[in-house]
Structures are given as C-alpha cells and as structure tokens.
Design a protein around this ligand. Structure first.
Ligand code: FMN
Length: 648
C-alpha cells in the first residue's frame, strides 16, 4: 500500500524529515499544463508537495507529443488538466488537487490562489493577457511566482517575489500590441539569448502567428530549475534571486548566464536588445508549412530526395521524365564540350551513378526496388537510364536514407584526428567488393598529397580554359546556390575572396596577377595546402578492374555515393579532390587539353606524382578526396527544384 514517507524517503538527505513534512503541507498553483506546466506538476508531486491547484482549458493534440509530459496516444483529445491530475495522483494518491477546467479567468483567480504558497507558471508563451492577470494577482496577494521559460535546449528562470519588482515593472507589456508583447516577453525572460546561435531553421519561428519550435529537454530543464526555486521558497532555504535578476542555462552550449536588468525592459541595454530583436524578427524568413504545395506522387517523392546527389560544380547532369506510376527515365548529359574537368564525360558519369544510387536508397523507403537499365542506342554523352520501381518485400529502409540531403562538401580545414578502425571498416565495406580504398594518412603522406594538390591548382588556376569554367560555376556573394557553387563554400577567407572576385572579372587580370603578383599563392595555400594537411586522411577509390565503359564509371559513382553517405553517417566531412585524376587522365591519353604551352608536361608530372603516391592501380583510381571529423560546411550548394528537373 502507498505510504507517503516511503514514497518520498529518497528525498531525505537533500531535505530533512521535518522539511519533507512541511512540503507535504504546502499548496502550489500551476496555470497551464502543457510543455512546462505538466512537468512542473509531476516534478513537484515527486518532491512530495501535498496540494495543487491546476488550471488548463486545453485538450491534448498530436503536436504536443514532442514535449508535453501528458501527451500520449491514449490521452489524445482529453483535457490536459484531467490527464495530468490522474498522472500526479498515480504518483501520490493522497494528493489534494483542485482542477480548474476553464483555465485561469478573471472570475476564478481568487479561488485559484486561495491558500496557495507558491505559483509556478506553465502558461503558453502567447497567453499574454492571462499571464499578466495571474502575475498581478500574485503580487497583490503576496504569493511568490516562479517562471521558467523553455528556450531552445535550455531554460531561463525569473522569479517575482512579494515586495520586489513586479511582472509589469519588469516586462512593461501593458497596452502594447501582441507582437511587441511577445518580443518584450522573450527578451525579458532571456536577455542573454543563448539559444539563438543554434536556431537551425529560422522559418519555424513566427511570433505573429504564435508559433515557435520547442524541445522536451528545455521543458525538463525548466521543471528542474523551477522546482528547485519552489523548494527554496517553500522551505525558506537561502537566497532566491528575483527580477531584475535572471538566470539562463543552455545545455546545448554548456553555458550559464546570470542577467541583471534594473528597470527591466526599460533598461537602456535592454532597449537596444529589443531594437535588434525587432529588426531580426522582421528579417526572419516566411514561415514554412510542412505540407507540400502539390499532390506528390511516390516517384516524385523519390526523385525529390535523389536530386541531392553531388555533381562536378553542381551541374546536376540529369533530367527526369516520369513515364508512368512505376517508371522514370533519367536523361543524363555531360559537359565535356565546355568544361575542362569533364574528361570524356567521366566525372559526369560518376555523378549520374551517385544519382542512381540515391534513387535506389530513396525508393527503399517505400518498399520499392529500383531496377536500372541503360537504354541501348543512346550516345554516351546523352545516356538514358530507365528505372522501374518494383514492390519487393525483401527491400528494407536503407539506413543511409536520411543522410542524402545532409551530405555536402566541406572545403575548409577538418580535424586531424586519424580515422578510427570502425570508421575505416565501414567506409571500405560501403564501397563494395569491386573497389578498394587506398588511404594516404600521417603527416608526411598528407603533406605529399597537399603538395600534389597545390601543383594541380597551379596548373588549373593558370589555364584560360579553366578560368572560363570557374567564372560560370561560382555564384558570387552567396552562401547557397541552386545551380552553381556559392563563393562562400569555396574555402577562401573573405579578403582573398574579395580580391578573387575582382581579379576574375577578366582573364587579362587573372593572367597579370598570376604572372607578376604570385596570384595563385593565396588560393593554393587556402584551398589545397592547409586543408590538405587539416584532415584525417586522403583516400583514393580504386576499381579492381580497369574502368572503361560508361557503365563502369556509373558504378564507380554508385560506390562513391555509398562511401560519401557512410562518411556523413559517421559524422565525417569529405571533399573530392578530382583534379590529379583528371590531369592524369589527360596525360595518360596524351590529350592536348589546353592552349597553354607546357600544360601537358605539367599534367604528366602530376600523373607521375599520383602513381608514386597510390602505387599499383593508380590508373584505376576513379575517385579521390580528403576526409575527416569536423563541422559541416555552413555554406553549400542547393539543387534545382524538382519541377525544373522534370522534362515531358
Ligand atoms: C564527380 C565529381 C567530382 C567533383 N570534384 C570536386 C573537386 O575536385 N573539388 C571539390 O571541391 N568538389 C568536387 N566535387 C563536389 C561538387 O562540387 C559538389 O558535390 C557540388 O557542388 C554539390 O555540392 P554538395 O555536394 O555540397 O551538395 C565533385 C563532385 C563530383 C560528383
């Protein structure tokens, strides 16, 4: 049978037996039983508080599941107050709980606060009028009030104690329009704003529509902080800071900030913060609803994921012709005519392989097998792949699926910690049996590769043919680009980038810079030498059989995509380093790829360097790159929308 003293005996030590008895005799009011309120109630019930007044008029909805203690499949549609009262009574059947099913209203405020020792706020962020009324009543009745605001993955606490600064004196929200109230409330709660630096999708915040993202971690941190404040207040255990003092702990950043804002939102520092917040909010992107705009067939869903495949310079060498509900034709093309890097269209064929592998992985989500066959009679520079989707009970959801849109090039320095055994094994097996990986690791080896990359860069940066390509594929002043590579993703620092933007306006400037001002030095240092060392390893993907046909290169692309997605799954960053392979191919095949005298000799030299580094089978290398732990790139290429990739 239930015994109060047994149930809460493990509190003893942190509270005395006498204090536990005092908690049993206390009454706490909680308005709002959503994300924080529900956790407040259950936390305080486990602390052994004996009586509660709880108020909420709302019912549980599916959107509450991510954070609200009472939101479960069995409580859907039920009143939050009833569900939470049951849950709390399940912890302590002796609880005295008074439930206010209409929420707090001007009519029931007196009853709600009758005999209450502490108020803990659980009201919805946007319930401005109710909150003002509740805090005003607390001040008038001399009841200490605790607010804990869930912010990102942290919590900010602010107490209003009898005889001290009041809620209105601090927030100054009366008479303000609702959006302004929201900004004042937010900034008043968290002057430190620790959470903003990791708000990864700003379009999810919309104060005007009263929507914002939330996490369960924040709610639970709030419950822990607020219950501790409540305990101190109820037991008179030491100093409790009150407004204008606040405290914000952010678990994501591992940071604690005490804030002190005398005059609250009227404080000059706070007014400045409010002005900045208003400007930032005005610049927030439009709220993005989850629902796709058009009816979306299964094939479209698959292609919409698959289009995130990589391609040289983000050229996206594919177009989709949806033939019927089960079949799509992928029309490939290459850029060998106008891109010096696209040797015989092979890099484009590799890119097509990455796309086809993505299609296979994306289809697995729908229990579909993707059977691919290259259409006969089509030229290699315009290959067509017929893909048939077939329901297959043996197909399991591929674990690489969620990494398709996340995978991206990192051209900046990575961490130098060597690859771990399990990482190496996973990557090798991802490439499959037809390929082996040569790892180039250790400082000396990495330096060799960095030097080779730098030589390749010297060559390409001085070729007018490559200049034409670079001009076309870089999108200037951009962090994101749908059809090119944004300049911010190239890996250069801002001054060099600015200079390069200016120099690259004409080939005359480039040639002059290269000839007289050592124009390639800074880019090579930043793009090749330093990153070449700042990584765990370089790698080369070597085909066991000499690749010859378009199908061989497509298969290489498929292997490479599994390799790259596996790297992403392991939290590793990757950058392709294709230029040594490209120039080696020109050298091997004796192709005069540039008008510039001496370029073929330089390419031959590079080819020799590559062969020495890789050893046997260097001519079978289909892909090369650098890899390492570290942060994902902040700037990246995006993709053309599916609509623009579709052809009739
Ligand atoms: C065959 C192939 C060759 C590539 N070569 C290089 C390269 O030499 N250097 C580089 O930085 N990125 C290279 N890339 C990466 C592309 O530029 C990149 O995938 C594309 O811009 C899309 O960006 P994302 O991968 O970040 O989505 C290559 C990609 C492919 C598929």
């Amino acid at each position: 049978m239930f015994s109060y003293h047994d149930a809460f005996s493990r509190n003893l030590g942190w509270v005395t037996r006498g204090e536990q008895d005092i908690l049993r005799a206390k009454r706490v009011a909680i308005a709002g039983l959503g994300g924080v309120g529900g956790s407040h109630l259950l936390t305080l019930a486990r602390l052994g508080v004996g009586a509660f007044h709880i108020a909420d008029f709302d019912t549980f909805d599916i959107a509450n599941f991510n954070r609200q203690a009472g939101a479960t499949t069995t409580s859907l549609g039920r009143r939050k107050a009833d569900v939470l009262a049951e849950m709390a009574r399940d912890v302590n059947p002796e609880l005295e709980i008074k439930v206010f099913r209409q929420g707090v209203t001007s009519e029931n405020l007196d009853e709600f606060f009758a005999g209450v020792d502490v108020y803990v706020d659980g009201l919805d962020f946007f319930a401005f009028a109710a909150r003002q009324a509740v805090f005003a009543a607390c001040a008038e009745k001399g009841i200490p009030a605790v607010t804990a605001a869930p912010l990102g993955m942290g919590a900010a606490i602010l107490n209003f104690l009898p005889g001290r600064m009041t809620f209105e004196e601090y927030f100054r929200v009366q008479g303000q329009p609702e959006e302004e109230q929201a900004i004042r409330f937010l900034l008043g709660l968290s002057p430190a704003m620790l959470q903003m630096s990791y708000l990864v999708d700003k379009s999810r915040v919309n104060l005007a529509e009263k929507r914002g993202p939330s996490t369960v971690m924040a709610c639970q941190l709030c419950a822990g902080l607020a219950a501790t404040e409540a305990l101190k207040l109820l037991l008179h255990r030491g100093r409790v800071r009150a407004a204008p003092w606040g405290l914000h702990f952010d678990a994501h950043r591992g940071k604690l900030a005490y804030t002190w804002r005398p005059w609250g939102n009227a404080n000059p520092l706070q007014r400045l913060g409010l002005a900045i917040a208003r400007r930032r909010l005005a610049a927030m992107p439009a709220f993005a609803p989850d629902i796709p705009k058009k009816p979306y067939t299964v094939i479209e869903q698959i292609l919409d994921v698959a289009r995130w495949a990589p391609s040289g310079d983000n050229t996206q060498v594919w177009r989709f012709e949806i033939l019927d509900r089960h079949r799509v034709a992928v029309h490939g093309f290459d850029t060998r005519e106008n891109c010096i890097y696209d040797v015989n269209g092979r890099p484009s064929q590799i890119a097509l392989g990455t796309l086809l592998e993505n299609i296979r992985i994306a289809a697995s989500e729908h229990g579909l097998r993707a059977d691919v066959s290259r259409r006969e009679g089509e030229p290699d520079d315009k290959p067509v792949f017929d893909v048939a989707f077939i329901a297959d009970s043996a197909v399991q959801r591929d674990p690489l699926l969620p990494y398709i849109p996340v995978r991206s090039v990192q051209r900046r320095p990575m961490r130098t910690r060597p690859l771990l055994d399990h990482e190496r094994t996973a990557l090798e097996s991802a490439a499959g049996e037809s390929f082996r990986i040569v790892w180039l690791e250790g400082f000396a080896r990495k330096l060799d590769v960095a030097a080779m990359m730098s030589r390749a860069a010297e060559l390409r940066l001085t070729l007018p043919e490559a200049y034409q390509v670079h001009r076309k594929v870089i999108e200037w002043n951009a962090s994101f680009s749908e059809d090119r590579v944004p300049d911010q993703a190239i890996g250069l620092d801002q001054p060099t980038l600015r200079l390069m933007r200016w120099v690259m306006r004409s080939w005359g400037r480039v040639a002059f810079f290269n000839a007289y001002l050592a124009g390639t030095v800074m880019p090579r240092l930043q793009l090749d030498l330093l990153p070449g060392i700042a990584c765990a390893a370089h790698f080369a993907l070597i085909a066991r059989a000499r690749p010859e046909t378009i199908d061989d290169y497509v298969n290489a692309g498929r292997a490479m995509q599994r390799f790259w997605l596996t790297a992403t799954r392991l939290g590793l960053q990757l950058q392709p380093e294709m230029t040594p392979l490209i120039f080696s191919a020109y050298a091997r095949e004796g192709v005069r790829f540039s008008e510039t005298p001496g370029s073929l000799e330089k390419a031959r030299h590079l080819s020799g360097q590559l062969a020495r580094l890789i050893g046997d089978g260097a001519e079978n290398a289909v892909f090369m790159g650098r890899i390492g732990a570290g942060r994902a790139a902040a700037a990246r290429s995006l993709r053309l929308p599916l609509e623009r990739l579709k052809v009739e």
